[in-house]
Design a protein around this ligand. Structure first.
Ligand code: DX5
Ligand code: ZN
Length: 216
């Protein structure tokens, strides 16, 4: 099955976001990946809800919101107000992850949990049954355009086995360092959704780059 593709607007042209969102609307992208950073959980700040509100108004595809922030539960209603489809929170940012996942679902969004490169897949055993999706980071979060960490492939395989053994139908998404080469290996390992920032926006033809990822 072809993967879903969720281009990350972190690598878009911030001085003319409307143009890039229009391109994504016309592309084969399935979702739009939205990276929110707080300068605390990750060593960078991207943009916040005032910007996301405008992005959401222009976007014609479901929003896949990835919160790289501490205490993401404080912002469930703000994320919901943007009309987001998926709300991704980090495992490492949520001591009461089960509660946060239920709150996201109660708010009417699909809950997803993200794990950093050093976080083992096995720690998700008791939560995967409640999730719509698990997001496996292929880089340390905070910046676009970083080099893919090869061990991510094994983590995706391990996660696929964990989901199968739990009877979970959660999707596996991978974010960071995804391009045609790493994407092909990730899909082979069991990834369902590919996030791509640099590989899309640095390509000579971003729409074609999305179509190529989609055909993996
Ligand atoms: C990284 C972000 C990613 C980023 C991916 O912290 O979560 O979504 O935009 O960028 P690329 O695809 O360039 O690695
Ligand atoms: Zn992301």
């Amino acid at each position: 099955m072809n993967p879903l593709v969720s281009p990350s607007i972190l690598s878009a042209n911030f001085s003319n976001l409307a143009e890039d969102i229009d391109m994504l609307n016309r592309s084969e992208a399935d979702w739009l990946h939205i990276d929110i950073m707080d300068g605390v959980f990750v060593p960078n700040i991207s943009f916040g809800f005032p910007v996301l509100k405008h992005v959401a108004a222009l976007a014609e595809k479901p929003l896949d919101v990835h919160l790289m922030i501490v205490q993401p539960e404080k912002f469930i209603s703000e994320v919901k107000a943007t009309g987001a489809y998926v709300m991704n929170v980090h495992y490492e940012a949520c001591p009461h992850l089960h509660r946060v996942v239920q709150q996201i679902r109660d708010a009417g969004m699909q809950p997803a949990v993200t794990i950093n490169p050093a976080t083992p897949v096995s720690l998700l055993k008791d939560i995967v049954g409640d999730l719509y999706m698990v997001l496996v980071m292929g880089v340390n979060p905070g910046f676009g355009g970083q080099k893919f960490i090869p061990h991510t492939i094994e983590k995706v395989r391990e996660l696929r086995d964990l989901l199968d053994s739990c009877g979970s139908r959660a999707l596996i998404e991978v974010d960071g360092g995804v391009n045609l080469q790493t994407g092909a290996r990730l899909v082979e390992a069991g990834a369902d959704v590919l996030v791509a920032g640099n590989a899309v926006f640095s390509a000579p033809d971003p729409m074609e780059a999305i179509a190529a990822l989609k055909s993996l």
